[in-house]
Ligand binder design. Structure first.
Ligand code: EPZ
Length: 433
């Protein structure tokens, strides 16, 4: 199993390109099942998660062609002329819960699907009741047996009015994909507002769907007028706001000056505000931003995660790592997932002083961290450990790096190019520089 070794203390100076968003790319891939024509996705990240979903979709009948030197960089074309299987088995869904998102497109396109329930994960129980509620409202018959969802809609899906009890990214996306081909109009209330969702809507609209937000409604609302057929498209994946936010925090932690290119600062406004409050300089550009910190100690900042446009839960671990070295006490409140403090115990191994009560962590900043062997627990938690290691004295080895590989493309390369001392240790073998 690969590990990553980091010797802390080097400042970061240089440029980091920001790739396409993982959490958009995987939904766009699933959405390609809605048409029998090719869907070409550009600005595609190459990640363990996109590879895994690709493997599942190949079993369903999708032909996948990847190209790394397209006019807009890496691209993936997905083409499902015919759905040859409507089954998403446990062995694949368990490795990546977002594979569950093929359920809606499969029912919408073929009228049936058998998809494994994803189960919980390190950050919480993460039920899918709202996904199923939405599909039932659209007329699918849902039965649960032996860990699988059996869904049937032999006469097709029908538009419906659905009010979610709270905002869920996955359930909103799922309902949107299924409703795109339903008969009649669907209204989704308390719909999620994350940029990845708008990216999906934009792609579906370019495929012939009729989806718009209703800005006059009291609750965040999406209206979908079902169409009979969707066609192929070329679509550019929205830049990854979490990747950009992560490297912004890394630069703030290590000090120096880093230009992040290809990202959209307006998608991480609360993080930028928090960084500035901590004393970090952020200059926004048309296609990215420059993050700089020179000398002075960071000021403590309190944050509270919530659904978009609030502070992203996917940036919470990184920001907590940053606050471990602030000059004072900060309070970090997590409101989206019930168990997203797994990184606290690992951060303590660096000498961080953090106490947790319920969904609040109080971080007492320390003057120095010390490198330590630590373990990645989930994707964003692991990158929080990498951030701590960048400023820690001595060497840190992060174990279970496969978590990082799920969502950060060429992380060691991008950080090393800015002067960080980061290298991957392959399996149990020798160090690979
Ligand atoms: C998406 O997860 C992202 N994943 C997550 O990123 C991200 O943290 C999350 O949105 C919040 O922004 C993908 O896009 C693949 P939710 P999702 O449904 O869709 C509860 C990462 O690191 N809930 O908005 O699963 C749920 O348990 C990942 O890249 C139900 O109770 O998030 C959670 O507490 C991690 N029932 C809350 O809602 C449901 O049916 C919000 O979850 C669905 C969700």
């Amino acid at each position: 199993m690969d590990r990553i070794a980091i010797t802390g203390g080097a400042r970061l100076n240089g440029e980091i390109p920001i790739g396409g968003a993982k959490n958009s790319a995987i939904k766009l891939m699933a959405a390609s099942l809605l048409t029998d024509e090719p869907v070409r996705l550009t600005n595609m990240p190459r990640l363990a998660d996109t590879r895994l979903l690709g493997r599942l979709m190949q079993r369903l009948g999708t032909q996948i062609v990847e190209r790394d030197d397209g006019p807009d960089g890496q691209e993936t074309t997905l083409h499902t002329p015919e759905v040859v299987s409507t089954i998403a088995p446990y062995d694949l869904v368990r490795q990546m819960r977002a594979s569950f998102n093929v359920l809606g497109p499969l029912i919408a396109r073929t009228g049936q699907a058998k998809v494994s329930l994803p189960g919980g994960c390190a950050i919480g129980a993460r039920p899918v009741d709202l996904h199923l509620m939405a599909l039932e409202a659209l007329g699918a018959r849902i039965d649960l047996h032996e860990g699988y969802v059996y869904a049937q809609a032999p006469r097709g899906l029908k538009g419906a009015e659905i009010e979610f009890p709270f905002s869920s990214v996955g359930a909103t996306e799922h309902a949107m994909m299924a409703a795109a081909l339903a008969e009649g109009t669907t209204v989704l209330r308390r719909a999620a507002q994350e940029p990845e969702l708008d990216d999906l809507a934009e792609c579906l609209n370019a495929m012939g769907a009729k989806i718009h937000r209703d800005p006059t409604a009291n609750l965040p609302t999406i209206v979908i007028e079902g169409v009979g057929k969707l066609h192929g498209v070329t679509h550019r994946v929205v830049p990854d706001r979490i990747e950009m936010g992560t490297y912004a925090v890394a630069a703030a932690m290590a000090g120096g000056e880093v230009k992040l290119t290809g990202g959209r600062p307006e998608h991480i406004r609360p993080l930028i505000d928090a960084l500035e409050e901590a004393g970090v300089t952020v200059n926004e550009l048309n296609d990215g931003m420059v993050v700089a910190r020179n000398g002075a100690r960071l000021k403590p900042v309190n944050i509270e995660t919530d659904v978009y446009p609030a502070f992203a839960t996917d940036l919470q671990a990184q920001f907590m790592a940053l606050m471990t070295m602030a000059d004072g006490e900060s309070v970090i409140k997590e409101t989206v997932f019930e168990n997203r403090f797994m990184h606290v115990a690992e951060l303590r191994r660096f000498g961080a002083d953090i106490s947790v009560s319920g969904n609040e962590a109080t971080v007492h900043g320390v003057e120095k961290l010390e490198g330590a062997p630590v373990m990645a627990t989930d994707l964003r938690a692991s990158v929080g450990l990498v951030i701590a290691a960048l400023a820690a004295k001595g060497e840190t080895v992060v174990d279970r790096v496969y978590h990082l590989d799920r969502g950060f493309e060429r992380l060691e390369e991008k950080l090393s190019a800015c002067g960080a001392n980061v290298r991957r240790l392959k399996g149990d073998g020798p160090i690979e520089d």
